[in-house]
Design a protein around this ligand. Structure first.
Ligand SMILES: Nc1ncnc2c1ncn2[C@@H]1O[C@H](COP(=O)(O)OP(=O)(O)OP(=O)(O)O)[C@@H](O)[C@H]1O
Length: 207
């Protein structure tokens, strides 16, 4: 359901080539590689954020970079969830307003019940009307996960989701990502060099 063909990207003279990927529905993968090997670049290519220099990305029957800009934005909003290394919430909006925005960007109507459901599941419902600056690091990470899973994407990506977390929060976040992707029958791809994460996954893609 997620396949790539001959992907490459380059920054100036530095060329990155990526082995082909073939990820099936419901699988949970780790994306491993040393610092600078291209994990973030690949994740950005797979999530529609960065057009590769060459090669193709297919998600089910859709060839991602054949979509127009607007189609791609909507496809991403509806089908792909991304948890970034640092939570990219808009500072001037509350948690709830940030989540409304994620629904709007995806072309969905605002659905407060769904927001309450997700924040309750992630145990940050008490922060629904708070601004990002008043959340702890762990709570911010969970708010960022809430935004990523809000629209029930069938593909969930996380880029170094545990790098700024202590052991307890790192385990909570990994367990949550696995549980959320399992419960929706979706597919999970996590980029990391964090040893605490590795044992929870059986499939690895090494750059
Ligand atoms: N915007 C950019 N401009 C120039 N070079 C870049 C840019 N982004 C990444 N690179 C280079 O591309 C290579 C891959 O970077 P990338 O961030 O994808 O690696 P990574 O495996 O995610 O690294 P890390 O684990 O340290 O986050 C690195 O050598 C990096 O310096």
């Amino acid at each position: 359901m997620l396949t790539t063909k001959s992907l490459s990207h380059h920054y100036g003279n530095e060329k990155l080539s990526f082995p082909d990927l073939n990820i099936r529905k419901g699988e949970q993968w780790l994306l491993l590689g040393e610092s600078g090997s291209g994990k973030t670049t690949l994740l950005h290519i797979l999530t529609g954020i960065k057009k590769p220099f060459s090669g193709e990305v297919f998600i089910q029957e859709t060839e991602l970079y054949k979509l127009s800009g607007q189609e791609l934005d909507q496809f991403r909003g509806q089908n792909i969830g991304v948890v970034f290394q640092q939570a990219h919430l808009i500072k001037s909006l509350t948690v709830k307003e940030n989540l409304f925005l994620a629904q709007t960007f995806a072309g969905f109507k605002n659905n407060e019940d769904r927001i309450i459901e997700v924040l309750t599941e992630l145990d940050i419902i008490q922060k629904i009307n708070s601004y990002p600056a008043s959340l702890s690091q762990g709570q911010l990470q969970r708010a960022s996960i809430a935004r990523a899973v809000l629209n029930k994407p069938f593909l969930l990506f996380a880029d170094e989701p545990t790098s700024s977390l202590d052991n307890k929060n790192a385990k909570t976040v990994v367990d949550l990502l696995l549980k959320l992707s399992e419960s929706s029958g979706g597919t999970l791809v996590v980029s990391t060099h964090d040893d605490r994460v590795k044992e929870a996954f059986s499939k690895e893609y090494i750059l």
